[in-house]
Write a protein that binds this ligand. Structure first.
Ligand SMILES: [Zn+2]
Ligand SMILES: [Zn+2]
Length: 296
């Protein structure tokens, strides 16, 4: 990807949201504001992880048309554009991970571009509608994607009505910034730091601490290896809160047909390939001479 950088209008808003957060210096914090911030983070984060990612991008479970719209709304409230835009770009990432075609390859473009550079750029304002044909057949999804400002503005107004200015800043602005950076860390840090279990042909990693911060999305190497699995923590000890929520919703028949990783992937032999590949790459890097020393 060539990055002829031009700031987009939504990129400008993204920066403005960060600046508004500075007003906490004057507003301070209260228990109610902190609780609103945490609540708004958790619900909207699930909208991204359980909605935008595991449902719209990967169709890793099924749900009703009504709940599908609910997911589009609460994911949209995170101010990360519409579900169709998000899913189209994310499907593209899986198809071209860490190649020249990847929109946000941490390996090829570095941390800054993979984390926020591509989001700020006006190059990706549009999306390939062919990539999300399965979703564009629902007019209500097309509508909420087109008018993607409606959910975040609704949440912002709600926060103001509940908690005044301090409620608005902590409940909407601060939690939105935390949502941005925890989501984007999967594109950047999860392709840079962590462990590799499976050979996937790109640089995705598994990271426990990112799994905590992102309700289970840190098991990114597992996910790249088998993206259609609703569960991204493949073992009981791999914390995956999004999956626990979806499993709970399935008891109430709100969602169903949660796809699981096949048993063959959980066998030791399947995992060794990825570990051997990682060890090989590490050995190759270690044996490369230091450029400064080699030139002496
Ligand atoms: Zn990835
Ligand atoms: Zn994915």
């Amino acid at each position: 990807m060539t990055n002829q950088f031009k700031l987009s209008a939504s990129g400008l808003l993204f920066i403005a949201v960060h600046f508004v957060c500075l007003s906490v210096i004057w507003l301070g914090i209260t228990w109610q504001a902190a609780a609103l911030c945490a609540g708004m983070f958790l619900v909207r984060k699930f909208g991204i992880t359980g909605g935008y990612h595991r449902y719209f991008s990967h169709r890793s479970y099924k749900t009703s048309r009504f709940f599908q719209f609910v997911l589009a709304f609460i994911g949209g409230a995170s101010a990360q554009k519409g579900a169709l835009w998000w899913a189209a770009h994310h499907r593209h990432h899986h198809k071209h991970s860490d190649t020249e075609e990847d929109l946000h390859s941490a390996k090829l473009e570095g941390f800054y571009w993979s984390h926020v550079g591509w989001v700020l750029s006006n190059e990706y304002d549009e999306y390939e509608s062919k990539a999300v044909q399965d979703l564009t057949k629902y007019p209500e999804l097309v509508f909420i994607d087109k008018y993607h400002w409606i959910p975040p503005v609704t949440v912002a107004v709600g926060c103001y009505l509940v908690g005044g200015w301090i409620g608005l800043v902590w409940g909407f602005f601060v939690s939105t910034v935390i949502l941005y950076h925890t989501t984007f860390a999967i594109n950047s840090l999860c392709h840079m730091f962590g462990n590799r279990r499976y050979e996937t042909g790109e640089h995705s990693k598994n990271s426990l601490w990112l799994a905590f911060l992102t309700l289970g999305e840190g098991w990114h190497n597992n996910h790249h290896h088998y993206p259609i699995s609703c569960r991204q923590g493949f073992f009981w000890y791999e914390v995956d809160i999004t999956y626990y929520v979806l499993k709970t919703l399935s008891f109430f028949h709100i969602v169903w047909d949660l796809k699981a990783p096949p048993a063959r992937l959980l066998k030791r032999e399947a995992m060794i390939a990825g570990q051997a590949e990682a060890a090989q790459a590490e050995a190759a890097t270690a044996s490369e001479p230091e450029p400064a020393l080699a030139s002496r």
